[in-house]
Design a protein around this ligand. Structure first.
Ligand code: NAD
Length: 434
């Protein structure tokens, strides 16, 4: 099939490349000219394991191409996927749909032909209806709108695209299900569930899924607070609970507040959709509040560990919201590092995906390109992101300062082993060993 992806970010680039790898002819469009220039010279603008090779393979055989020319891209495409960002509006829980609506208007003005528009972006309930209204105003009756939310995870995106648990298609017209089933047939053949529903239904499934996962994380994070007070190991609780198949063991790892490009904005987006439809989603709202409180709670814990922050050398291992991605959106480090610098700490960080522009303007913050230089003189090491390379470090050999402390936000180390090594070690939701 001839496919066009509008927006070549984490979702559009990965799914476009994977559609091409399934034998389709895919053209990816982005308004960011620099991104397109990079892609056309063989450089991926994002870090995603395995993506560079897959782009090269499909680009070289002519199945995958990149352009900033929307008109040219959609002319020959049967299916047009909208994969642009849907952030929250500034200082609001509401979803900013301007990128989606602008893309729709541009598409409608660029062609007179019959087209199928598919929203892969995460959009609130009723967005398909809003798009219909825009198309009606522009007198475009021959453009149909379908919802096909994306569930891939950054860091595992290619695997998730190839082996999704389910493919969700929302449309009010049955004929669309057949077309999308044909596109996804290679994945359905490997065992993925193909699930069809109304357009509004598909839109809500995506928000409901993300809000539920965020709830699970927040639940275990709150229990971790209780475990710390009651001298219980939260990992035992997660194991004991998670072994019940009705509960399931995943997303029960206590840690920092959830971050990233989806959960924070999608929980807020769902809460505001509830308000729009006069439905008070109290669980989702308290998850958002609990997660916000958690960011402050860990800063308080750092203050307690260090007694005073001023002039302390604090080293961060990892700053992205999770491993195997370069995505910094809503990472907890974005709150922690500027706060600690403001209070006079001297922060050094190492991040496997390189230096981040987010911290360049901070006076007391510097990047080191290896673990040793980051931690050598540390008063406190914060294990922020669980990259594999942080999981078996010999801290006593790396750190010169004999009184250093570790705050392990990801519970990467066995706390009894740390005690045996006489390391001042603090973790999340586990008994205090100091
Ligand atoms: P992103 O910010 O990485 O990429 C969006 C891209 O769209 C940018 O490159 C931007 O330049 C481009 N763009 C915006 N308007 C455009 C236009 N009119 N024409 C052409 N290009 C345009 O976003 P993302 O992380 O890929 O997310 C996209 C959507 O997918 C969001 O709704 C998000 O919630 C959803 N989603 C994201 C993930 C994830 O893990 N990142 C997973 C599932 C769903």
């Amino acid at each position: 099939m001839n496919i066009c992806m509008i927006g070549t970010g984490y979702v559009g680039l990965v799914s476009g490349t994977c559609f091409a790898d399934l034998g389709n002819k895919v053209i990816c469009v982005d308004k960011d000219v620099e991104k397109i220039r990079k892609l056309n010279s063989g450089i991926s603008p994002i870090y995603e394991p395995g993506l560079d090779e897959l782009i090269r393979k499909n680009f070289n055989v002519g199945r995958l191409s990149f352009t900033d020319n929307l008109k040219k891209a959609i002319d020959n495409s049967e299916l047009i996927f909208i994969c642009v960002g849907t952030p929250n509006k500034k200082n609001s829980q509401k979803v900013d749909l301007s990128y989606v609506f602008n893309a729709v208007k541009k598409i409608a003005r660029s062609t007179n032909r019959k087209k199928i528009l598919i929203t892969k972006s995460t959009v609130p309930v009723g967005t398909g209806d809003e798009i219909d209204k825009i198309l009606k105003k522009l007198r475009r009756k021959n453009i149909d709108v379908i919802s096909n939310p994306e569930f891939l995870r950054e860091g595992e995106a290619i695997r998730d695209f190839r082996y999704p648990d389910r493919i969700v298609i929302g449309s009010n017209k049955k004929k669309h299900f057949r077309i999308l089933q044909k596109l996804y047939q290679p994945l359905i053949n490997k065992g993925s569930k193909f699930f069809t529903t109304s357009r509004r239904g598909a839109e809500l499934i995506k928000y409901a899924s993300n809000a539920f996962l965020a709830t699970k994380i927040t639940f275990i994070n709150e229990l971790a607070n209780l475990c710390e007070q009651a001298q219980i190991n939260v990992e035992d609780i997660a194991l004991g609970m998670g072994s019940d198949v009705r509960i399931g063991s995943r997303f029960l790892r206590a840690g920092p507040a959830y971050g990233g490009s989806c959960f924070p904005k999608d929980t807020k987006g769902l809460a505001s959709t509830g308000d729009k439809f006069q439905t008070d989603l109290t669980i989702v709202k308290s998850v958002i509040k609990s997660n916000e409180n958690r960011k402050k709670l860990h800063i308080e814990k750092i203050k307690k560990i260090l007694k005073s922050i001023k002039n302390k050398k604090i080293s961060f291992l990892g700053v992205t919201f999770k491993p195997n991605t370069d995505d910094m959106r809503d990472s907890v480090s974005l709150k922690m590092i500027p706060y600690l610098c403001k209070k006079g700490a001297k922060v050094t960080y190492y991040e496997p995906t390189g230096e981040k522009k987010n911290f360049k303007h901070l006076r007391n913050c510097k990047y080191a390109d290896n673990i040793k230089d980051t931690c050598k003189y540390a008063d406190l090491i914060i294990l922020h992101t669980e990259w594999d390379e942080f999981k078996s470090l010999e801290f006593n050999k790396i750190v010169k300062n004999r009184n250093y402390k570790i705050f392990d936000l990801r519970n990467l180390y066995n706390f009894e082993e740390m005690k045996n090594k006489k390391i001042n070690y603090f973790s999340v939701g586990r008994p205090n060993i100091n």
